[in-house]
Every structure is written in C-alpha cells, then in structure tokens.
Design a protein around this ligand. Structure first.
Ligand code: HEM
Length: 485
C-alpha cells in the first residue's frame, strides 16, 4: 500500500503534451482561464503544463483550490521570480515579492494602514466614504456633461480616473480633475499593466525572447517604462510628504506609512518601502475597482429591468433629498447581490496573480516540487456547475433568500479576491467603494446603451478582463444633489 502511495506521489502530474521550446504556450488561446477549465475536464483539477522554460501547475475547481490555498497556505504563498515582477514598485512590491520574512512584515504594514484608514477608526472611515461620494458626484457630472445633445460616452476612462482619485485622496489627500491631461495620460499607460503580469503572459516564461527585437521585447520595455513613470509619480508625492511630515498630525495614508516604516524602530523595512507600499496600494486599488464598475455599468444597461428595479429600491430606501450612504447597505441587499453576481459571472480577475510553491507539497495526491509556478483558476470556481445553478446565466437573485436578504454562505462562494495567505488586502475597501459609487450613480442617473452599437460581453484578457469599448448615455433622474456634510 505504501509502495502504491509512493508511486502515486512520484507520478508525473497529468497534462497535455508539451512541445519543445514553447511548451503549451501556443495552446492557451485568447482566454487562458477557459482553456484551463477545458483541460481540467480531461486531466482533472490539478495538472501541469509547460510554458517556455517553466513548468506550471494549474489548479481548478473549488475543492482543489481551497485545499491548496487554505490547508497548504504557506506552501502555496510564494510568487515566481519573474523578471517583470522585479520592475514593479521600484523592486520592493509587497504584491509581487516572494514569500518570506520581509514580505510578511511588509504585508502587515500595508494591511494595517489600509484598515486604519477605511474601517478601524470611525472618523477616517467617514472621511473615506465622503471621498468616494464626492468622487461619485464628479462622475455623475462628467457622465451628464458627456451625454448632452444625444451623445454617448465610453465610461472606461471616467471610471479609471474616479477609482484612481479615490486612492490618491486616501494616500495623498489630493484628487485630480477628470480633464487633467497629465493624470489621464499616466492612467492610460497603467491600463496596460495587467497584460504583462496576468497568468499566461509569455514575457517571463520565455526570457530568451528578449534577446531579439520582437513584440515580446517591446512589451517588456513598455512595462518597465510604465512602472518607472508611475513609481516616480508616487515617489514625488511621498517626498513632499516627508518634507512636511509632522508626527502629531496624520494627514493621509502616506503619513501613516512614513510613520510606521521610518519612525518606528521595529518595522524591519528601509524607508524606500514607503513609496513602494503606496505605489502598490494605488496600483492594486485603481484598476480592479474601475474594472468592476465598468462591468457593472455594462450589465446595468444590458438588463434595464434590473436597473429600474435597483432604482425603485434606492428611491424607496433613500428618497430624493439625500444621497445614498453606507448605512443604507443593509436595506439595499439587491444592489450587493448585483455586485456579487457581476463578480461571479464576469470573474474579471479570472486567474490570481501567479503563485509559486515555497516547499515541496502534495495536493490531491500529486507531488509538486518547491519553486513550481502555480496558476489558480478563479473563473473555474465561479462557473462550477456543481456549485452554481446555471452558472452561465446572470442572476443576482441567486444570492437572496425569500425575504430579500443576502445569503452569506452563497456570497462567500464567489472567488475573485483569492483566498489564503495572498488573499487581497483591499477586499473590504473595494466592496464599500463599489457599493457607494454604484448606489450614487443609480440614485442620480439612468443609463442607456448606444442602440447603434451592439452590446457585447466580449473582453480583453489580462490580470483583469476588461469589457471591449462600449458607450452609454446618462439622464438625470431627479434633482442633482450636493454633498451631505
Ligand atoms: C492581491 C483582487 C481591490 C490591494 C489581489 C489578488 C486578487 C485581487 C485576485 C491576488 C491574490 C493572489 O495572488 O492569490 C482584487 C479585486 C479588487 C481588488 C477583484 C476589486 C474589486 C484591491 C484594493 C486594494 C488591493 C482596493 C488596496 C487598496 C491588494 C494587494 C494585493 C492584492 C496589496 C497583494 C497581496 C499579496 O500579494 O500579499 N487582489 N483586488 N486590492 N490586492 Fe486586491
């Protein structure tokens, strides 16, 4: 029996035949997460592919993924040593750094600063909510301005600016106008970030391609430039904060991070980690939140009857004389259900950031050696027919009980923030932000898609899936409200 077990442990992981040099790179297709789910039907939920010079284990389905990330959390908490990862946040990113003592200290600081500014303290929590509401009203005005005279607006840019401004307000106490050209240009470049670090991106697994002039080489160069430019932008703001730092007044999250890293004896990190932390938080918080809102708006115009139902509910709970606030959340379960269903249905972060194993580990009976690259297919969890009835149908009601309340067990089944030791640290803040943005937009405006452009759910692939260009027109529903003080 022991002999059979050992044989199984030593057995090579199943997986498709890998071609010399490129391995399975040419078989990934436009949407690697869909290809991976198909391969799981043939080879099981844990299998191996080869991409260029890296063996990659792909994990699919709720059971295998939770077994790896929760039961073997330390063994699966690594990040591969990809060249592109070293270009991020001045080489000191918390997100793209391998598991170890430094990463642990860094993550703890990032997590506690974020918590202090968004949930732990009543005053800073209120200030954050006011930033979001103010940003949502700027967004309302931008959409209305661009919708005059029968025009339609592509919401992608406006959402990107809104989400980036929320993070800038949190980190620097400063926001930028929707028409600020320098800021828009920087954000437009950042939009391409996810194409390089998304699982299945080939630049890191075929490093030899860098030696020749080719598209992969220019992807690397562009990636390096965009990271340097973004890092310089943040560094400049952090330097200004350092110069005017007053230990008795914490103006924003940059001050809080300067305080912990530079003024406490025990942080274990050098001062360069301050700008790296801020760069990471803005980078992680901007693109994901803006993508969530793009998908939500696309689905709201695709399902106008759901949009009307949400508006009726918001009108009933909030009324016409004030803006929605986070205190209304308990009474607006259908809106949360719509947000969860958008996350599940689109699975817009279909694969997590690539992981790696920190030691040898056995999962579902298969042995995986230390330092193996691991792809985690969140899409497969959210579309598992054993877990979800009609997973390919968009139906927010699946999260509600007969009284209209959210069913916690079902919402917890959606996997978009990953789980385990590398789980997203911005989940709570993102959920509050998205809820407030959408509640305010729906309270103030009705949205319609452009009838002359067919609505499609097609998207571009990267770390986040982004809807292909679509445009909407916004109509004011009642009176345009100011901000509650
Ligand atoms: C990591 C999703 C918003 C900060 C991640 C990961 C995912 C994710 C899938 C990778 C986990 C893994 O590799 O296993 C999302 C989604 C968001 C969102 C869907 C919005 C809807 C945010 C926000 C922040 C943030 C608002 C901060 C303000 C981070 C950080 C990490 C991370 C710092 C790296 C964690 C680590 O490697 O230890 N997020 N995120 N995220 N996220 Fe988020």
């Amino acid at each position: 029996c022991l002999w059979v077990r050992n044989l199984r442990l030593k057995r090579r992981l199943p997986g498709p035949f890998a071609w010399p040099v490129v391995g399975n790179a040419m078989q990934l297709g436009q949407m690697p997460h869909i290809t991976f789910a198909k391969l799981a039907k043939k080879y099981g939920n844990v299998y191996q592919i080869r991409l260029g010079c890296s063996d990659v284990v792909v994990l699919n389905g709720d059971r295998a993924i939770r077994e790896a990330l929760i039961q073997h959390s330390t063994e699966f908490a690594g990040r591969p040593k990809f060249a592109s990862f070293q270009m991020i946040s001045g080489g000191r990113s918390v997100t793209f750094t391998n598991y170890g003592k430094q990463w642990k200290a860094h993550r703890k600081i990032a997590q506690s600063s974020l918590r202090a500014f968004s949930s732990a303290n009543c005053q800073t929590k209120k200030a954050f909510e006011q930033h979001v509401t103010a940003e949502a009203m700027e967004l309302v005005q931008a959409f209305l301005r661009h919708s005059t005279d029968g025009r339609y607006v592509d919401p992608a840019h406006e959402f990107t600016v809104a989400a980036a401004n929320t993070m800038c307000a949190l980190c620097f106490g400063k926001r930028y106008g929707h028409d600020d050209l320098e800021f828009r240009t920087l954000l437009k470049k950042l939009d391409k970030f996810g194409e390089t670090v998304g699982a299945g991106s080939l630049v890191d697994v075929m490093p030899w391609l860098q030696s020749f002039p080719n598209p992969v080489r220019s992807v690397y160069e562009n990636f390096k430039n965009l990271n340097e430019e973004f890092f310089a932008f943040v560094k400049d703001k952090v330097t200004q904060h350092r110069e005017s730092y007053n230990p008795n007044v914490t103006r924003d999250m940059s001050d809080a991070i300067i305080n912990v890293i530079e003024h406490r004896q025990d942080s274990g990190l050098t001062k360069e980690f301050v700008e790296a932390t801020v760069t990471d938080l803005i980078g992680a918080g901007q693109d994901t939140v803006s993508t969530t809102m793009q998908w939500i708006l696309l689905l709201l115009v695709k399902y106008p009857e759901m949009q009307s139902k949400l508006q009726e509910l918001i009108d009933k709970v909030v009324g016409p004389d004030r803006l929605p606030s986070i205190e209304d959340r308990g009474s607006l379960a259908y809106l949360d259900a719509f947000i969860y269903e958008t996350m599940r249905f689109t699975s817009f972060v279909p694969l997590t950031i690539p992981h790696s194993t920190t030691s040898d580990v056995t999962i579902e009976g298969f042995h995986i050696p230390k330092d193996t690259v691991v792809f985690i297919n969140q899409w497969s969890v959210n579309h598992d027919p054993l877990k979800w009835k009609d997973p390919h149908i968009f139906d927010p009601a699946r999260f509600l009980d007969e009284t209209g309340a959210l069913i916690k067990d079902i919402t917890n089944g959606v996997m978009i923030f990953s789980t385990g030791k590398r789980r997203c640290i911005g989940e709570q803040i993102a959920k509050v932000e998205v809820f407030l943005f959408i509640a305010v937009l729906l309270h103030q405006c009705s949205f319609e898609s452009n009838p002359s452009v067919p609505l499609t759910l097609d998207c571009s692939y990267g770390l986040a899936l982004k809807p292909l260009q679509f445009s909407v027109s916004a109509k004011l529903r009642g009176k345009l409200l100011g901000l509650v003080s």
